[in-house]
Design a protein around this ligand. Structure first.
Ligand code: IZC
Ligand code: ZN
Length: 418
């Protein structure tokens, strides 16, 4: 039995339970001063006031001194596109000259430029590159994530990307959820025939993905000039028929009805929602759709910020994720997105914490074992170089992670700080 005791925790902040925290619950957390966490074989056996630790329970445990600091659950990044070839820094001059995200895509760049590179790179190259991203995320306190395909747009490359995700899920310390996003853009081969691509995706790609059990979720980029609402509905319904749970890129640039569709198909989550409207939010609230919000994308695209406060008011569970991808958010820094959650969404610190822990876990199907620090859950936690949540949310730009534990093992430790 491998035991570890994290002791001398000044303040432990965690949501409680394995359910989404919506409405007033979005701000409900438990704060325990002078706490400790005991884990055995990667699972928490005690989490609470140090004074309540049963005598002798920690005997033989490796002891990690939290130095009187703040401890939270490991962060969960519920929306990434982190398996990709190439980068897109060459789009910067276009951006500076005023070209919008969809202008660049329309001219054959954007996602299509990443598709070109992703098709060219080998499975090993893609795995190596993504592995390094995951390692970097661990150093920022992110211990689990979701990864989408969507840079293949043909059967061979989509399967290649999904196999990379599976390999990462099996070999890297992170817990990883896999999403098939074949409907990310219309590839060159189907340039003026997007319905033809949707047919191909439904008839050929989806059955292969489902048969090889390469994804849990099916996603679609429902956007002006990409996939419209009827096409998005077809993709998500076809995925559902094969057992893939729907999620949707909705109302990122234009409100074309993606959030309403999310409600209609019973999507697990609608993601982005920068441009969403009251009708969309009402539909989501009614159907219990989780809002995965991506504020660093608003920042990078110089857009407005999703109406997060209104969503909380309506009882929509809010998640904050990075959206890490080479085009609209080249940053994998989830703590930065959390800073924006406070500063731009005007969420309370407790609401932000729930957005990147329990609600994120619910949106990627990991709530039974992740997202909170409680007996029976996995010992994924972060010791922060901070006394409270306010400190990590206000000191944007600094990495205040001190030590990161995944399944009770130290996976990142910032030198000189421990
Ligand atoms: O590569 O541009 N929005 N998909 C939808 C993206 C951004 C990723 C990309
Ligand atoms: Zn995305």
């Amino acid at each position: 039995m491998k035991k570890v005791l994290v002791h001398n925790i000044g303040l432990l902040c965690t949501p409680v339970g394995s359910h989404v925290h919506a409405g007033a619950q979005q701000a409900e957390i438990q704060s325990i001063p002078q706490a400790c966490v005991l884990a055995e074989d990667g699972v928490i056996t005690y989490c609470g006031p140090a004074s309540g630790l049963p005598q002798g329970a920690a005997e033989g445990a490796r002891r990690i001194d939290a130095g009187g600091c703040l401890v939270t659950p490991g962060l969960i990044d519920a929306h990434t596109h982190l398996v990709f070839g190439g980068w897109r820094q060459h789009e910067i001059p276009l951006k500076l000259a005023g070209a919008g995200y969809l202008d660049i895509l329309r001219s054959g760049g954007g996602i299509l430029s990443t598709v070109k590179h992703t098709r060219q790179e080998s499975e090993e190259q893609l795995t190596q590159k993504a592995w390094a991203f995951l390692d970097e995320m661990l150093t920022l306190g992110v211990t689990s994530c979701e990864i989408k395909s969507g840079y293949g747009l043909d059967l061979e490359t989509e399967l290649k990307q999904l196999r990379v995700i599976r390999e990462l899920a099996q070999s890297h310390p992170m817990d990883i959820a896999s999403t098939f996003l074949g409907a990310h853009a219309v590839p060159e081969e189907y340039k003026d025939n997007s319905d033809g691509y949707v047919d191909y995706l439904i008839d050929t790609m989806l059955p292969a993905v489902a048969e090889q059990k390469l994804a849990r979720y099916c996603d679609v980029f429902c956007e002006t000039g990409v996939f419209d609402v009827p096409q998005s509905r077809r993709v998500l319904e076809a995925g559902k028929a094969l057992g893939l749970l729907p999620r949707i890129h909705a109302d990122e640039i234009d409100a074309i009805g993606g959030a309403v569709l999310a409600g209609e198909v019973g999507a697990v989550s609608a993601e982005h929602l920068i441009a969403t409207d009251e009708e969309g939010m009402q539909a989501m609230a009614k159907a219990g759709v989780i809002a995965d919000l991506l504020p660093a994308t608003s920042f990078y695209l110089d857009k407005t910020f999703a109406p997060a406060r209104r969503m909380v008011e309506l009882g929509i569970p809010v998640v904050i994720a990075s959206d890490f991808n080479p085009g609209s958010c080249p940053s994998l820094n989830l703590p930065f997105a959390m800073n924006l959650g406070l500063l731009r969404y005007k969420l309370k610190p407790e609401e932000v914490l729930n957005a990147v822990t329990i609600n994120a876990a619910c949106s990627v199907g990991m709530e039974d074992r992740l997202g909170t620090l409680e007996a029976g859950k996995q010992a994924d936690l972060v010791i922060w170089d901070a006394p409270d949540l306010e400190m990590i949310l206000y000191r944007f730009g600094s990495n205040l992670c001190r030590t990161v534990l995944k399944k009770g093992e130290v996976v990142a430790c910032h030198e000189g700080k421990e």
